[in-house]
Design a protein around this ligand. Structure first.
Ligand code: FAD
Length: 270
């Protein structure tokens, strides 16, 4: 993306719905000129009119209509807290859609999604976009959270063909982490092995690579790393990768967010 052509927009919050003590869904009015987006792309939000926090905060697009852009916001620090406290009608500046490589539309028997932490929004966007495009493959969502409340199951109940949940405290679904549950379901049979799409914390994706990598033909992952400009200029969000046997650094904001998990140098990514 050319830096001369920054896709910045002033817009307004159309809706802010609290989903749990630490999560909300925000719908922004879709500004004129905001391009069509693909699953795995994100918006970068200036959460405050003052200089603290200085950097914009990136959030995956959860859905897009002719009038609105939705995002799922998990409160983890000052920027997400300010955003989650905003009310309908308030103005914000957003940039987007950002991210150079989205999730591909699937072919074949089905796709397995694994979402944890802040990774649910982009996965919902995949399922909704493909339904609208009449892509008929079955979607299996594996979703992990700390507690039942944080599963947010009312948000995506109708979006996937099959849903498998895990909570760390055991208040709903399998008691334990989502990677363990995926391993167990693979062992039982019935989970398609063509394609795994993941989105969530690095530790979760790394565990998927280590423990279930060999069970899927392809594993693509939408990565999150701490971002500066979100436009590919500052290189603050780069991750180590291996291409043609060479070590390279790839920016999540421009050369991702979606990567083949095999291309990431997990040992080097500290
Ligand atoms: C491409 C992309 C898409 C994202 N999509 C979503 C989304 O859909 N919903 C959502 O709730 N969040 C999403 N995030 C994460 C979100 O950007 C951060 O949670 C937010 O910027 C935190 O800002 P803060 O000021 O609240 O907390 P900060 O004070 O900035 O951070 C609090 C703590 O979290 C760590 N942290 C912050 N951002 C990240 C990160 N990206 N990766 C690892 N650790 C981090 C910080 O190092 C710090 O320890 C996404 C991030 C990226 C890069």
């Amino acid at each position: 993306m050319s830096l001369m052509n920054r896709p910045y927009f002033r817009t307004r919050i159309a809706e802010n719905t609290r989903l749990s003590p630490s999560a909300c869904k925000i719908v922004f009015e879709r500004p004129e000129g905001f391009a069509d987006a693909f699953p795995g792309q994100f918006i970068s939000i200036r959460v405050s009119e003052v200089t603290v926090p200085l950097l914009r905060r990136p959030f995956g697009i959860m859905d897009l209509s002719s009038t609105g852009i939705s995002a799922l916001i998990k409160v983890i620090g000052p920027g997400s807290s300010i955003l989650a406290a905003k009310r309908a009608g308030e103005e914000v500046e957003i940039a987007g859609p950002l991210g150079g490589v989205p999730f591909d539309r699937p072919g074949g028997e089905g796709v397995v999604f694994v979402a944890g932490g802040t990774g649910l929004g982009p996965v919902i966007f995949c399922a909704r976009s493909w339904k609208r495009e009449n892509i008929s493959c079955k979607t299996h969502l594996f979703i992990g959270a700390q507690t039942k409340e944080e599963l947010l199951d009312g948000l995506y109940r109708d979006d996937f063909s099959f849903i498998y949940s895990a909570t760390i405290d055991g208040s709903a679904g399998y008691k334990g982490n989502i990677v363990e549950l995926l391993e167990k379901e693979i062992d039982k049979g019935g989970i398609p092995s063509e394609l795994l799409y993941s989105c969530g914390p690095k530790a979760m994706v790394r565990a998927l690579v280590d423990r279930t990598g060999s069970k899927f033909k392809n594993h693509y992952t939408s990565l999150e790393s701490v971002m500066g400009c979100s436009l590919g200029a500052c290189r603050g969000c780069t991750v180590p990768a291996i291409e043609d046997g060479k070590k390279v650094m790839r920016s999540v904001c421009l050369e991702g967010t979606v990567f083949n998990s095999e291309a990431i140098d997990w040992e080097e990514w500290k």
